[in-house]
Design a protein around this ligand. Structure first.
Ligand code: SAM
Length: 218
């Protein structure tokens, strides 16, 4: 099954550069909607999720650019990339000098795509295929959360989990282009980037991707 998902990712994506990130390449979809339809056919599930793993999202791109500009934030540290999708943030962290990166995602196709993308960039990523939000925060120095505030149920679970991580001394970086459920009052802005979005799911072809640190819980 894992091999067939790997084959599916390879058939429905193209390996190419990522705008704004020199030296990082990902297997991405030229158009997302046909890949989404193909996932529905492949899984025989009309409610199959959007192939998030086939897109480099604006929130993750902002984090990746921030780490390229400020490698000290991850260099020599253990990184946990929550809701990793393509593995973009985890791979960018390894390129910035992280000692280890772990990606977590609930989508089996993401779990297939992440090692392919890691290999394309000459690095290794540990992949966790489960919902970690009911678990204790990971054994890591920094958690990356790229573009996770698009869904109200996910947002209400992510925030307390990130706060628990923060309370345990784990740094948290959030990247987001202003999604509806972004908890701005809990965040301190660190940087802002003009991000060219390539997806046919976004409303604009450029978005302002912002990187935030999580405020300590009050
Ligand atoms: C918009 S994508 C962001 C992907 C990547 N971080 C980026 O910026 O390109 C959101 C990702 O969250 C994943 N996801 C949703 N719920 C999750 C959960 N409870 N635990 C881990 N990942 C989850 C989805 O499968 C999807 O890959």
């Amino acid at each position: 099954m894992a091999a067939s998902r790997r084959g599916f990712v390879l058939r429905h994506t193209r390996l190419g550069p990522v705008p704004g990130l020199d030296g990082l390449r990902l297997h991405l979809a030229d158009e997302v909607l046909p890949v989404w339809r193909a996932v529905q056919v492949e899984t025989k599930d009309a409610d199959a999720p959007v192939p998030y793993w086939a897109v480099a999202w604006a929130g993750g791109l902002a984090i990746a650019r921030y780490m390229a500009e400020h490698p000290e934030i991850v260099a020599g540290r253990r990184v946990f990339d929550l809701a990793s999708g393509s593995g973009l943030c985890a791979i960018a962290a390894m390129q910035a000098g992280a000692t280890r990166a772990t990606s977590a995602d609930v989508d089996a196709f993401a779990v297939a795509a992440i090692p392919l993308n890691a290999r394309a960039n000459g690095c290794r990523i540990n992949v966790v295929h489960r919902d970690v939000l009911d678990e204790e925060p990971p054994d890591a120095d920094i958690v990356l959360a790229g573009d996770v505030w698009y869904d109200p149920r996910l947002a209400e679970r992510v925030l307390p989990w990130l706060h628990r991580a923060r309370e345990q001394g784990i740094d948290v970086l959030v990247g987001d282009p202003g999604r509806r459920y972004l908890p701005t009052a809990e965040l301190v802005e660190l940087a802002s980037y003009d991000i060219r979005t390539t997806t046919d799911l976004e409303d604009l072809d450029h978005k302002q991707g912002r990187v935030y640190a999580l405020r300590p819980a009050r």
